[in-house]
Design a protein around this ligand. Structure first.
Ligand code: SF4
Ligand code: FE
Length: 491
């Protein structure tokens, strides 16, 4: 089958029986739900750009498994060039949506599980790698969106999976049958879960022998029997449910999505299992997935950064301060920070190398440095954007006020007229445009999109401390000491 169009993707979601809950109720038509649809539009963009000849080189690739032309979001990286193109594709997607577009978690999972299963099979003679290859060919040929699912709820963080008071706090095998396994548990903060056709589950931490039943990786359709999702709230999310508040949304078309994904005795046939008790490989899978996803942030957050820098520059123009030297300097600083993140994303890609399985992996140290910078720089970019925008981004009356006919003034002025009078921008700029850019900045800095741009920059792909542990492990301190000893003539 050829690449799907955006419309075909949205229609394909309608055929799924995915169980979605929000505000304590089941949502049947979740595809058209106003709080969910912007996140579907984001994933749909991964389909429409792949069919746009201008972006073909970035958005598509040739499958090493079939030789077919596929969406790059389903590709196994075959070179450092592929790794760089991935980052560029993500920057482009961030520029087009100013949101988290979700499909990367599956891409990162494919690549991590592909190389790990190869090494598991090598040691144990299992068939996980073949299972994954068959699954991937199906995904690529049908141009599916797959959610990479890693983060368990984790309960008491001081305890291993098998020590938890409730064993379900980490996803685990509860029954082994000749034809497959039955699993129970959940994955939290699952980006794009509802918008995905399938899920690819992985363990979330390194494990020891006692955690054998928790060392499990597999794929299943998103509407498999026993699986359901509870939608995560975002700041200001119910603005999407209000009529006549399009401008107040800041970004009416696009958004991210996270949910709690629960697996309640889900049966997984053998052919979709990629790890089943080989606990010593759990850490490898986690480390590789995290590495890829930390690279990803050097692309997606940079694309969103491009949009927010542009928005801050427009806000300055609308306020008539674009020539002030401190404004110019703040925009330079934002650009410097944003391009530093991009440099890290590109660098860890260029320094990548082939895995034993043949697909390419990023440089782990540089990917972790990339993500560590992402835990900081977007916060500074947001601070500068708020500085330039001014307080109006959080104090402005609603869109309904701006269009209200209710008389409020002594001379019969309406609320709308009063708002337009007092929130007028510089000459030649409409009040509405100023309103729009303020709300847009609000959306990214502390509204619904702040989930993706701020807090996800901190905690997504692992919280800051997780990268510091990896940086410490990869830093090769002994070699650095030898360098110093050598030049200082220390024997
Ligand atoms: Fe992709 Fe970035 Fe969202 Fe992760 S946070 S899924 S890398 S857009
Ligand atoms: Fe993420």
């Amino acid at each position: 089958m050829a690449l799907m169009t955006a419309k075909e993707y949205v229609d394909s979601l309608r055929k799924l029986k995915t169980r979605v809950y929000m505000f304590g109720e089941k949502i049947d038509n979740w595809v058209d739900h106003p709080m969910i649809r912007p996140s579907i539009n984001c994933v749909a963009m991964t389909y429409s750009l792949a069919l746009d000849p201008r972006y073909e080189d970035l958005m598509t690739a040739t499958s090493n498994l079939t030789g077919h032309k596929i969406n790059r979001f389903t590709h196994l990286h075959q070179s450092t060039d592929d790794l760089v193109k991935k980052v560029k594709m993500q920057r482009l997607m961030g520029q087009k949506t100013a949101s988290c577009f979700q499909r990367c978690v599956g891409l990162d999972a494919f690549n991590a599980v592909y190389s790990t299963t190869f090494e598991v099979d090598e040691k144990y003679g299992t068939h996980y790698h073949e299972n994954l290859k068959k699954f991937l060919i199906y995904v690529q040929d049908n141009d599916l969106t797959v959610d990479g699912a890693m983060t368990d709820p984790k309960g008491d963080r001081s305890k291993a999976p098998h020590e938890q008071a409730d064993p379900d706090l980490y996803l685990h095998v509860v029954e082994r049958r000749p034809d497959g396994i039955v699993v129970c548990g959940a994955k939290a903060h699952q980006t794009g879960s509802i918008n995905s056709h399938w899920h690819l589950f992985m363990p979330t931490i390194s494990m020891k022998e006692a955690d054998r039943d928790w060392a499990v990786s597999f794929a299943c359709p998103s509407d498999v029997d026993g699986m359901y999702m509870i939608y995560g709230r975002q700041s200001c999310d119910t603005r999407k449910l209000e009529d006549g508040c399009g401008i107040d949304l800041g970004n009416a078309r696009f958004g991210g999505q996270e949910a709690l994904v629960v697996l309640d005795h889900v049966f997984i046939p053998n052919e979709y299992i990629f790890l089943n008790g080989e606990y010593e490989f759990a850490g490898m899978m986690v480390e590789r997935f995290a590495g890829y996803h930390r690279q990803s942030y050097g692309g997606c957050k940079v694309g969103v950064g491009d949009v927010i820098i542009g928005a801050a520059a427009l806000a300055a123009e609308y306020n008539g301060v674009e020539k002030a030297s401190h404004i110019k300097d703040k925009l330079i600083e934002m650009t410097h920070l944003n391009e530093t993140l991009y440099s890290c994303g590109v660098a860890c890609s260029c320094e990548g190398c082939a895995t034993k399985a043949g697909n390419y992996q990023i440089d782990l140290l540089l990917a972790n440095v990339c993500k560590q910078n992402v835990t900081r720089f977007p916060y500074e970019i947001v601070r500068l954007a708020e500085d330039i925008a001014g307080g109006l981004m959080v104090t402005m009356p609603s869109e309904k006020d701006f269009s209200s006919d209710t008389v409020v003034g002594r001379n019969g002025e309406t609320i709308g007229e009063i708002c337009n009078k007092f929130f007028a921008a510089r000459e030649g700029v409409s009040t509405e445009d100023r309103q729009r850019i303020m709300r847009f900045i609000e959306n990214i800095c502390l509204g619904a999109a702040a989930v993706g741009y701020r807090t996800e920059s901190l905690h997504g792909a692992g919280s800051p401390q997780a990268q510091r542990i990896m940086i410490s492990r990869q830093s090769n301190m002994q070699e650095k000491k030898e360098l110093a000893k050598n030049i200082a003539d220390i024997k």
